[in-house]
Design a binder for this molecule. Structure first.
Ligand code: GAF
Length: 359
């Protein structure tokens, strides 16, 4: 038994650092992602190949901490599938990617989701996609050691072409929001800056949010209803900033959905920029190359823009009228050149389908 599967990367249109606060997110899947060619094997081994690297992992006794590096992601999926009671066996998996790794477009979630689909299909295990989201998240949290939420895995497994996915990260309920961009385009600017979510700053943000929720006496920051009253209860200015971001970001997701439903796609630009400023000033996860890209792009005619993903590195998305694309790229390029930075790379973000079997 063999086959080929593909799981996409994502951009999150809006709703950043809300998933682990049990809030709202609005991602869409990209055409780019991870493709895996897989075949069953009966010796209880996972043989993993990627870009000239090869790792062999024994499925028996697989547990968090046993596998390190890139192989922890696919091996973690096999481990998490077993923990969840899905009986899969050995396989040879060959991964290829057309997603720039570390660019904030979620290549690690795509790697997990491609593995989850391949292993369950190879062993004819019926699994609900929402359960596979949790399996993939468990692989990332426990086996790869990254305390991420469910945004990226949900986007990779649940999105549909031409739609964004409105996901309530508390209930797991989702709905597909048509993304009719009209004469607008979503342009990804890869700032070229790289870092790993394991470096601790992402985990720090999570811990700050949990501490704020504890001090406010709510289960999660999702439950903050009266922002002004809640801010007055917190004495730590850092926690106040984090709460302000999370609460207003959830409102921006709802407002963005309203604008999309009303066909006012251009006005979503202002939401993106407001989200970026909040991530920069309140959540403090932006980085200079992202700030310069957003500012230069908006001055150069973009409708708005924001950093995407966990922060500190990776990509920015810009909402731009098609006719303004050359001017916006020129403005960003000139701002980078003026600071002596190398030119960023660009990719159009086309809302695409979620993970699927290709053959
Ligand atoms: C990263 C994480 F993996 C997501 O779960 C999410 O928290 C995101 O950062 C920030 O919105 O991509």
């Amino acid at each position: 038994m063999n086959g080929v599967w593909h799981a996409p990367g994502r951009v999150n249109l809006i709703g950043e650092h809300t998933d682990y606060n049990e809030g709202l997110v609005l991602p869409f899947a990209l055409p780019q992602g991870i493709t895996v060619e897989g075949e069953r094997r009966d010796d209880g081994l996972l043989e993993l190949h990627s870009g000239g690297l090869r790792e062999t992992v024994e499925l028996a006794g697989l547990a968090p901490g046993r596998v390190r590096g890139w192989a922890a992601y696919p091996a973690g999926v096999a481990g998490a599938l077993a923990e969840a009671g899905y009986l899969v066996g050995g396989a040879t998996l060959r991964f290829t990617s057309d997603l720039p790794s570390g660019s904030g477009l979620s290549s690690s979630a795509a790697l997990e989701c491609a593995t989850a689909l391949a292993l369950t299909d190879l062993y004819e295990v019926k699994a609900d996609r929402r359960d596979l989201v949790k399996v993939a998240q468990r692989a990332e949290n426990a086996y790869a050691g990254v305390p991420s939420g469910i945004l990226d895995q949900s986007a990779s497994l649940l999105c549909e072409a031409d739609h964004a996915l409105l996901l309530d990260c508390r209930t797991g309920m989702s709905s597909r929001i048509p993304l009719n961009l009209g004469d607008h385009r979503v342009l990804i600017v890869d700032t070229g800056v790289r870092h790993a979510l394991e470096d601790g700053r992402y985990a720090d943000r999570r811990a700050e949010c949990e501490e704020a929720a504890r001090q406010l006496g709510v289960p999660a920051l999702r439950d903050v209803k009266d922002l002004a009253a809640s801010l007055s209860l917190l004495t730590d200015p850092v926690l106040r900033r984090r709460v302000q971001h999370v609460v207003t970001e959830n409102h921006r997701v709802e407002a963005t959905v309203g604008l999309l439903r009303a066909g006012a796609v251009g006005d979503v630009g202002a939401m993106l920029t407001a989200s970026h400023l909040s991530l920069r000033d309140l959540y403090q996860v932006s980085w200079p190359e992202a700030d310069v890209a957003v500012e230069a792009a908006v001055k150069g005619g973009a409708r708005g823009g924001r950093m995407v993903g966990g922060g500190f590195a990776g990509s920015v998305i810009l909402l731009v009228r098609r006719a303004a694309l050359p001017a916006v790229r020129e403005a960003v390029g000139a701002a980078y050149a003026a600071r002596g930075w190398g030119a960023p790379s660009y990719l159009e973000a086309v809302p695409s389908r979620g993970a699927a079997r290709l053959s």
